[in-house]
Write a protein that binds this ligand. Structure first.
Ligand code: BMA
Length: 324
């Protein structure tokens, strides 16, 4: 099959899927939606969502020297739902996003804590992916798909997240003086409506990528079709000094389910990235994504090409809360 031109912004790794339930050291149902970090020694760490055969997810670190192969799975989970101490995790912990906070010399991991009260955003900190300091729930249900920005703006930390409101499932921005207390909540980017590819729900993909033109956002858009949900990716650009300003938003999606491992699985037709790493050139973007809620795959693109493409594929000026 001839690949669509827009798919060429990302090249799928030839060894996809790079992590699967079958390759996991113990019996699990699915391995998907990993957060990603490049450690100081060059190791790529994926914090994978591992769903057991009950349906409950925990987070496990997988480490690789080249970011593509010879993954070593930590013998213990990084985060196992602690039902007694944290009832908000009774149904598992899911979909982590990892951001290095230079001020605190800690990685901030935001993840979905899932329980009968619904999905909430929880935060945990670590310096080394060995010891973890729980902050706990920072945004109550229903909310998910959260990531911090790596530094303060005007003295406040910023977090993107995706509450479910009366209007829909859109991306919001909130502020905090201390990572614990969050306020000044505001709508940042709204799902579009009707026939649009991002008509029903949108949510942040990996944490924002800092560029000299602003903060590049990859976001997922979900379209409800007669055949089920279809998850694809689009782009937006936020102002460098004021990330609450949306400068550009792509009209078209740029990456969607195409290969069999993306089309077939526990939830078919899903590409869902929660993590990305930058290559040593500062331009190569390694996008780690869950495919069909079953396995982990890798696609590689270039930040410069994404920015160039976005420039030519968005309406100007961009209305941040556009819902047409
Ligand atoms: C979203 C999240 C993801 C999942 C996706 C597709 O709402 O729950 O964890 O990958 O749906 O099922």
């Amino acid at each position: 099959m001839i690949p669509a031109v827009r798919d060429q912004l990302f090249q799928r790794h030839v060894g996809n899927p790079i992590l699967t339930a079958a390759g996991w050291p113990h019996t699990v149902n699915a391995v998907f939606n990993p957060g990603a970090a490049l450690l100081p020694d060059g190791t790529t760490l994926l914090l994978c969502r591992v769903e057991d055969r009950r349906g409950i997810s925990s987070l496990w670190a997988a480490r690789s020297a080249d970011g593509t192969s010879n993954w070593l799975i930590d013998p213990e989970p990084a985060l196992f739902p602690s039902t007694q101490a944290h009832p908000e995790e009774a149904w598992g912990v899911e979909d982590p996003r990892i951001v290095w906070l230079e001020e605190l010399k800690r990685y901030a991991i935001t993840y979905t804590a899932y329980s009968p009260t619904g999905p909430a955003v929880s935060l945990i900190l670590t310096a080394d992916f060995r010891d973890y300091e729980r902050v706990g729930v920072v945004i109550p249900p229903e909310d998910k798909d959260a990531a911090l920005l790596p530094r303060r703006f005007g003295g406040r930390w910023l977090m993107l997240h995706r509450p479910r409101t009366g209007l829909g499932s859109d991306i919001w921005l909130s502020e905090s003086p201390d990572l614990v207390h969050w306020g000044r909540h505001r709508l940042l980017l709204a799902a579009r409506k009707g026939a649009w590819w991002d008509a029903n729900k949108i949510g942040l993909g990996p944490p924002l990528i800092e560029t000299d033109r602003g903060w590049l956002m990859l976001y997922h858009g979900m379209r409800q079709t007669a055949a089920g949900c279809l998850y694809r990716l689009g782009l937006a650009l936020l102002d460098h000094e004021d990330p609450g300003r949306v400068l550009q938003r792509s009209d078209e999606w740029i990456f969607g389910p195409h290969e069999s491992y993306e089309r077939q699985g526990d939830v078919g037709d899903v590409v869902f990235p929660c993590g990305a790493t930058l290559g040593p050139d500062g331009d190569t973007l390694n996008l780690y994504y869950g495919a069909a809620d079953s396995c982990v795959a890798l696609a590689t693109g270039r930040v410069s090409e994404l920015l160039h493409w976005l420039e030519g594929h968005c309406r100007q000026p961009c209305d941040s809360a556009s819902v047409d």
